[in-house]
Design a protein around this ligand. Sequence first.
Ligand code: GLN
Length: 462
Amino acid sequence: MNIEDLRESFLGGKVSPVDIVDSLYKKIDEDDLNDFITLSKNIAYEQAYLSEKRYKKGDILSETDGIPFSLKDNFSVKGLRMTCGSKILSDFISPYDSTVYERLKRSGAILIGKNNLDEFAMGSSNETSFFGVVKNPHNREYVPGGSSGGSAVSVASKHSTFSIGSDTGGSVRQPASFCGVVGFKPTYGKISRYGLVAFSSSLDTVGIMTLNVSDCKKVFNTVRGNDKHDSTMDDHINEKRDLKKICFVKDIPHADLKVIKKYEEICSKLERMGFSLQPINLDFIDLSMAAYKIQTMCEASSNLARYDGIKYGLQKFSGDNLFDIYSKVRGEGFGKEVKRRIMTGTYLLMYENGRYYDLSFKLRDYISNSVDSIFENFDMMVLPTSLFLPFKIGERVDDPVMMHLSDSLTAFANLANVPAISINGGYYEKLPVGVQFVGKRNDDDNLLDWVKIIEEEIKKDG
Ligand code: GLN
């Protein structure tokens, strides 16, 4: 059930938050999709019990009171294990609450558990997790996308009503597309990153996964807004206005024809709704991939330096000297993909005094300016979320180049700091196909309002 329906049922006394928690844990167990790393049963039952009391008294805290949700396991919850999908943090207990969790807790929502993810949010298939691959509920032989694969699966399988993920280059939108749910990445600075483990700090955003856009708005309103713990916050929002001009992307190299077919269907639907779609070219896509890779690898190599076995990460090793301890801890604690990125990032930062990192910022400016100039003429852009449909588990693990292509249509929104949302555009042979809408910087509320109407129209036709 979505937030609205669930609330109605609570208000009508049909079910109680405690009943819901009972049934969710049963379903998580039965479905066996590996979408959770840690279940927070003690917290959930305590929160559900309190919420139930509030509903009985008519003392409801907010729209999300009693609503079960989950967090990607790179958000901290005091006293609960936070692994980031990595062996290196497999026994780490968070000492404080992330702002997102703190706000949701205050709203009366119920934490069901922490979702599986690609290790340190690096990946596009959830196959890099130390805790094993997550299965796509639409077909268990397929990946759920990544890195917020566990979050997407938990929403798609109704294990939680919504989930909070992180999106650095597409990690909320791409798995949303692969699992047939909504995935929203706001403009950088709208939701606090305090308590989200850093992967690439200049691109990391907190994202929301829900069953529909209306729920997404509710959750966004609960967690958004300034936070003294995050100095990169900016709550400026553009004024409300009507959607007039939409552009679509004419040529999408490397895209699967099945994706293009669905995309064209959605574009025709928008035309039938009365919009005249104008073509644009995204000729900066290749450059955006280069900028994205360089920035994320450089920033990751620096951010992940803290896992040294002294303050964080596998404190079980001793050695003759510091170097010895570092190599044992990091050698054993990190997986292949994370190592690949740390090593490439370290090299890029070393080479000619970080010339590549500096250059990547120039590229980023260029991409940002190109995106801004598109939004001088248009209110919104529509494009596929992913070049391809979900692929089979194991099919691409040894092909990092192909895997990295997964972010082609999503990473530019992070580089340009603009909001973007993926919704389900239909199915192809029972596998979901996502469609993405990108808005102007700070148009987060407008984008959600516009896409809500489009989503309703798409759903009408089934
Ligand atoms: N798939 C991308 C990557 O591996 C996106 C990651 C993310 O957004 N966290 O870098």
